[in-house]
Design a protein around this ligand. Structure first.
Ligand SMILES: Cc1ncc(COP(=O)(O)O)c(C=O)c1O
Length: 465
């Protein structure tokens, strides 16, 4: 493996990159110092100068199979050469059909109808639009309200953004919809002072029931929830929370949408985490990212047979689910999806995630002795180190916007990419990561945090011993 296929002209890329509007950009202060990456290999990436970096965030929680998987590359090449595109309105393709068959087989319960979209956001929109369609067909036009949670992230199209609950993302864009309602973030670390985790769970469950009663059970159509809130800071709800929420939804005939864009495809050691990890069989699962390990965009909504049957046959009233995309079930993306599943199986990536995930959790928790570290949480190959001024106040640092980025900068110099999230460092490495690579990750992260503490100390921001 070479560290660069051809020399990278860094100044030229930086000059041309000024034309690119990156996600979450400040137009006044565009970030011109992003690291340019040239090559990926397994759990590593190489920057333009050839420096090797462990890919802590796995791209954007998506390079689950790891970089440079030739089976996926070949599948993309072969499908593009054979038939690059055909309309999903008019023609089934072998790759879309075969992938749907495999997805139906690994999805829980009777979830066996696969609607393809292009990314997490368009899949979220499609799931919510299906809920609206479903209730229209059942002649319940009022039952369209959606309940979501603070700290949730479901995407960047209007509807997906409207059901997202990260307050900092709402400052400058219109995301309001009067049919969307929020309940508390199920973050045990930020639970009210003096409340036990179990009491906190009871509070959250009662809050969902109360919100349904406030809006009206005949008006609430869907509850949308990530099993673990990913971009909100790897928030793992109290045990039993999801099952209790599902029970409430079933009682009020509310569609439970499990957004497994991040938790699916092995991040928690299973194809989908809802059933094996959280003991729920939702009505709809949303899948993206690891579905193709980020090699090419693809997402899907997997809908239960129960819901589909309810709007079929005598009940369908001549309805049509008029929702779809030019690239729904793109043959090349679906070929990548099939190859991705083959790689998972032949390289036993789910098994590796189940083995190395708990080890990563244990090793990350060794950082708790660092005074700046407030909370370390996660599950499987999803981890988060949250930094705070003092353990007592649990308030984010005054410089909280910068602390994750500061740690990331130090870590990059030492050979590790971090996903900085305000005052947090998020880790979601490729599933092929080894125990030795976890050790490397945690020791670099420790050094990056120590160096950041030293910087803050020198600047007089904190007074850690
Ligand atoms: C849980 C979840 N849902 C949906 C999305 C949106 O996915 P995309 O960025 O592919 O549109 C994301 C993106 O990070 C996500 O984390």
């Amino acid at each position: 493996m070479t560290t660069s296929p051809s020399p990278i002209d860094l100044p030229a890329i930086r000059r041309m990159d000024a034309h690119v509007v990156h996600p979450w950009e400040s137009f006044d202060k565009p970030n011109a110092s992003r690291t340019v990456l040239g090559v990926g290999d397994g759990a590593y990436v190489f920057d333009a100068k050839g420096n090797r970096l462990l890919d802590g965030p796995g791209g954007m929680w998506c390079v689950n199979a790891g970089h440079g998987q030739q089976t996926i590359v070949d599948a993309i090449h072969q499908q593009a050469a054979q038939l690059s595109y055909t309309s999903p309105w008019s023609h089934p393709t072998e790759s879309a059909a075969r992938l749907a068959d495999r997805l139906a087989a690994v999805a829980p319960g009777d979830l066996d109808h696969v609607f393809y979209a292009t990314g997490g956001s368009t899949a979220v929109d499609s799931a919510l639009r299906f809920m609206m369609f479903y209730n229209n067909v059942l002649d319940r036009p009022e039952k369209k309200h959606i309940i979501s949670r603070h700290d949730a992230y479901h995407g960047s199209t209007y509807l997906a953004a409207a059901v997202s609950g990260k307050s900092r993302d709402k400052s400058w864009l219109d995301t309001r919809l009067d049919t969307v309602h929020f309940i508390s973030s199920p973050n045990p670390y930020r639970r009210p002072e003096g409340m036990s985790v179990d009491a906190f769970k009871q509070f959250l469950i009662k809050e969902l029931e109360d919100k349904i009663q406030e809006v009206g059970p005949d008006k609430v159509g869907a509850f949308i929830a990530e099993p673990i809130l990913a971009s909100g800071g790897v928030i793992v709800p109290p045990p039993g929370y999801h099952a209790a929420c599902l029970e409430i939804c079933r009682r009020h005939d509310i569609i439970y949408i499990s957004d497994e864009v991040v938790t699916g495809f092995g991040r928690l050691g299973h194809w989908y985490a809802s059933e094996p990890v959280f003991d729920i069989t939702p009505d709809i699962i949303i899948s993206a990212k690891g579905l193709t390990s980020g090699y090419i965009p693809l997402s899907c909504v997997i809908i239960s047979d129960r819901l589909i049957q309810a709007v079929s046959g005598d009940s369908d009233r001549g309805s049509v689910f008029s929702n779809g995309f030019t690239y729904s079930g793109h043959p090349v993306a679906c070929a990548a999806g099939i190859a991705n599943m083959e790689v998972f199986e032949s390289q036993e990536l789910l098994e590796n995630a189940r083995e190395v995930g708990p080890y990563m959790q244990t090793q990350l928790r060794t950082l708790s002795d660092l005074p700046i570290v407030g909370d370390i949480r996660g599950m499987g190959l999803m981890g988060c180190v949250e930094c705070v001024v003092s353990q007592e106040s649990r308030e984010p640092l005054e410089l909280d916007y910068e602390v994750g980025s500061r740690i990331d900068q130090h870590c990059q110099a030492l050979g590790l990419l971090v996903r900085p999230l305000i005052n947090m460092c998020v880790m979601s490495p490729p599933l092929c990561i080894t125990r030795e690579q976890v050790d490397e990750m945690v020791s670099i992260l420790r050094e990056g945090i120590v160096r950041t503490m030293e910087d803050l100390h020198k600047e007089g921001v904190t007074t850690f011993d």
